[in-house]
Design a protein around this ligand. Structure first.
Ligand code: GTP
Ligand code: MG
Length: 468
């Protein structure tokens, strides 16, 4: 737990050289510390300075009387600041020495160095944002694509928080009705009322389940998705990787078994971050290094969000291909089958009778390309997006979840709620139903941070950098 009586200080801009660097303080002593180290050109101090106004001046070391840097200083009085505490931001020249010197002056005058994410943690502890929003702040900072940024902004603006609050309100209402009838048994809830309560809970359970379901795509907005290129040796996997990246990243040769290790790079398709993974061609192999490569290829397939299964159209299908694809489909991975090298051969089509097409649902899962000539690659990218989002990849207006933590808590809440509903059907005592609803509420409350443990807070704010 932070001691909120402390005043914290940190360099809030990234290390290295930049035009501007910022030292930020938050806490009750921020202003008095700033007064000790800041003067305007006319030698005036900070008395009577208005909130949210930028003041020009100098930071000096009072012990030596030496000016350290020329700065712009902003005071934000509590509660109108990010942390809801008195906050001072000093914008100085963006070099590590002026930043370090100013930081150490603030420390010498009574601040202590901030922990990672401590400013945001204070914003949470002081009730300015909830936990979903604190997590959104880190997601904005770390967003690796337009979709990631957009979805984090949605979480920050509170769509999900509102939905969670709504679910909470309904549960609290139902709970208080039940508690009332426990306390005043003479006003025993009638059977009909119990049915009503059951219906309300079922509707809420339905909302929770729908929210859980949004994790399918919410997770992809936030983290991107890994698309694994797999297939037999020499079919052109590395060539496809390079063509998608527009860069000679993987080694391409005409010798089967060229790629040994996993090669991973990020690309951006329509604002979505995709990790393209090139793998070793899978076949029976005697070589130890190649075997290890193949093991890694298989494990990449396990972890894939989508597999591009590549075939060589100049060669035709063989049994190994058929076994491989069956194996991938058995793992329930979405697969796009792409026939490569169509510039020199076209021996594979869904109309060839082959076990490859068992359970085949139509052209959507199959296309012809040439990695070497750049044929069909735009279509391939479109298919990738379509397969990942089952259609549109626009961020929905309705609330969705993007974090495993939220999903786990919703699953937990759903389990408790299901038990409560079952108990109503089974006519089990009201106390029991009430306690299941209380457990549901607790899990729901942990999502926004109505209830939290220090452990959970530590885990969340560990992800942050110092200064945020
Ligand atoms: N004609 C033609 N040749 C291609 C095409 N794509 C790849 N090749 C050639 O096929 C050979 C193998 O390509 P790679 O990209 O190394 O194949 P790979 O699947 O990565 O092979 P391994 O790493 O050994 O599993 C190279 O000689 C490529 O130039 C294509 O679309 N058309
Ligand atoms: Mg290769």
């Amino acid at each position: 737990m932070v001691k909120l009586s402390d005043t914290i200080s940190a360099i809030s801009t990234p290390p290295g050289e930049g035009g501007i660097g910022i030292v930020r303080m938050s806490g009750p002593a921020s202003l008095s510390i700033a007064k000790k180290i800041f003067t305007t050109p006319k030698g005036e101090g900070l008395n009577g300075t208005e909130s949210h106004k930028v003041i020009y001046g100098f930071i000096s070391d009072m012990e030596t009387g030496k000016k350290i840097d020329e700065v712009l200083l902003t005071i934000m009085y509590a509660p109108r600041s990010f942390t809801r505490e008195d906050t001072v931001e000093i914008s100085c020249h963006g070099g590590s020495i002026p930043l370090q010197r100013i930081l150490s002056l603030t420390l010498k005058n009574g601040a202590r160095i901030a922990e990672p994410g401590e400013f945001t943690k204070r914003a949470f502890l002081n009730g300015r944002i909830n936990l979903i929003q604190a997590e959104a702040v880190i997601d904005i900072i770390k967003s690796g694509s337009d979709l990631a940024l957009e979805s984090a902004m949605m979480q920050l603006q509170g769509g999900l928080s509102k939905k969670i609050a709504l679910i909470r309100d309904i549960l609290i209402n139902v709970l208080s009705e039940i508690e009332a009838s426990i306390d005043f048994p003479e006003e025993d809830i009638e059977f009909r009322d119990q049915q009503e309560l059951g219906k309300k809970l079922e509707a809420t359970l339905n909302d929770i389940e729908q929210l859980i379901d949004t994790y399918r795509y919410g997770k992809i907005y936030r983290e991107g998705v890994s698309v694994v290129i797999a297939g037999s040796p020499n079919v052109g996997k590395s060539s496809l990787m390079n063509a998608l990246l527009n860069e000679e990243r993987s080694i391409v040769t005409s010798i089967p078994g060229t790629t040994r290790d996993i090669i991973e790079e990020e690309i951006n398709i329509n604002g979505l971050m995709i990790r393209i993974v090139d793998t070793a061609g899978i076949r029976e192999s005697e070589g130890f290094i190649e075997q290890e490569g193949i093991r890694r290829a298989r494990s990449a397939i396990e972890r894939a969000g989508l597999v591009i299964f590549l075939l060589d159209g100049s060669e035709g299908l063989d049994e190994i291909d058929v076994d491989l694809i069956k194996d991938i489909k058995r793992k329930n991975k979405p697969v796009i089958v792409a026939v490569n090298k169509i510039d020199i051969g076209d021996k594979i089509s869904p109309h060839n009778s082959s076990p490859l097409w068992e359970g085949y649902h139509g052209e959507g899962e199959f296309l012809r390309i040439s990695a070497l000539r750049g044929v069909g690659l735009d279509e391939l990218k479109n298919r990738v997006l379509k397969m990942i989002f089952q259609g549109s990849c626009k961020i929905p207006e309705s609330p969705f979840i993007t974090r495993e933590r939220h999903k786990e808590l919703l699953l937990k809440a759903g389990d408790f709620l299901r038990r409560a509903i079952q108990s109503i059907h089974d006519n089990i005592s009201l106390e029991f139903i009430a306690s299941e609803i209380r457990f549901t509420l607790e899990s729901i409350g942990e999502i926004t941070g109505e209830t939290y443990s220090d452990d959970v807070l530590d885990r969340i704010f560990q992800e942050f950098c110092i200064g945020k």
